[in-house]
Write a protein that binds this ligand. Structure first.
Ligand code: GLN
Length: 314
């Protein structure tokens, strides 16, 4: 199928926003106390095409924490730096069918973290960045996120503080991985860098440009800067398809049929390869920790335009 026209995209984005803006489903994350304070009614929808067109509806300028959507871009960083095999060998790429913060999943298998998008695998991925110090590791992360977004990004200090004070489960996961030689740098340092990456503030437009860079095969469609090699994009999208929604990934593949990644901050970034990215942002989450309104908006857009990667198109 062809890339839909900007007019068609504007129409469907507006319709998706109108259709779901009053949906009361879901509940803000509260295991990170600061996330419970984010206004639940916020709702933004953005589409970025591979040509750099940006279609925006609703609350698209409000910064929210990127949370697990970050995992996509740190996986990209490690592959760009060290090649894809290191992810395949040291993290693995199998769906867990378990919650994002599952400890059982790492205990059950061969000790590896399973895939880069569950917390265990994301923490392992951070440990694979080549760096001598925590500062250097962090610097590489924020620099590549900024290239993906085409704009300056900052940590949301209140979110970072709130999660850093309460992230005992992630510290435990890092310790278990380290104990079985499946974490490749000091566990508390790695967990802290991971926590910081999850606290990066993005608005829906910035996250959509990040996704748009993947839709455009590794080149930022707005700044035209190359961020990662095109050959790594299918690897990222494959993991998004299989574990972007954790134990909700099968349902997402069934309903939407496009690779996507969610975060407990309420963001969902979906990528239609070679065409466009769609971001939905709304804080209330379903049982698996995935934004209710963002999912519905993206499903509606994909369905209306026939964008499923598995479908015949329209
Ligand atoms: N920072 C969050 C955590 O580690 C990310 C989880 C998520 O967005 N699913 O718990």
């Amino acid at each position: 199928g062809e890339l839909p026209s900007v007019e068609a995209l504007e129409k469907v984005a507006k319709a998706a926003h109108a259709k779901f803006k009053d949906d009361q489903g879901g509940k803000n994350a509260d295991y990170i106390p600061a996330l419970a304070e984010v206004p639940s009614e916020l709702f933004g929808v953005v589409i970025v095409t591979k040509n750099g067109d940006v279609i925006k509806v609703g609350d698209v300028d409000t910064s929210f924490s990127i949370q697990s959507c970050s995992k996509v871009f740190t996986m990209s960083l490690v592959m760009q730096e060290s090649g894809e095999q290191v992810i395949y060998d040291k993290v693995n790429v199998e769906p867990t069918g378990e919650a994002f913060n599952s400890i059982q999943a790492i205990e059950e298998g061969d000790g590896r973290a399973d895939n880069p998008f569950v917390n265990a695998g994301a923490i392992a991925t951070v440990s694979l960045i080549k760096a001598k110090t925590a500062e250097e590791r962090w610097d590489k992360i924020i620099k590549i996120y900024e290239k993906f977004a085409g704009s300056k990004l900052e940590v949301l200090a209140d979110i970072y503080k709130s999660e850093a004070e309460t992230n005992f489960r992630n510290r435990g996961i890092a310790a278990v991985l380290y104990n079985s030689n499946n974490l490749f740098a000091e566990p508390l340092m790695v967990t802290d860098v991971y926590t910081k990456q999850c606290s990066v503030g993005v608005n829906a437009e910035q996250l959509a440009v990040m996704g748009g860079t993947l839709a455009n095969n590794g080149v930022n469609p707005v700044t035209k800067e190359k961020v990662i090699d095109a050959k790594y994009v299918p690897k990222v999208l494959a993991v998004m398809m299989m574990n972007g929604f954790y134990d909700g990934s099968g349902r997402w593949a069934w309903n939407a049929g496009v690779p996507a990644k969610t975060g407990v901050g309420g963001g969902v970034v979906a990528v239609v390869p070679n065409k466009l990215a769609i971001v939905g942002f709304a804080p209330p989450l379903d049982e698996q920790g995935n934004s209710v309104r963002a999912q519905k908006a993206i499903e509606y857009i994909v369905d209306t335009l026939g964008l499923s990667v598995f479908g015949p198109g329209k």
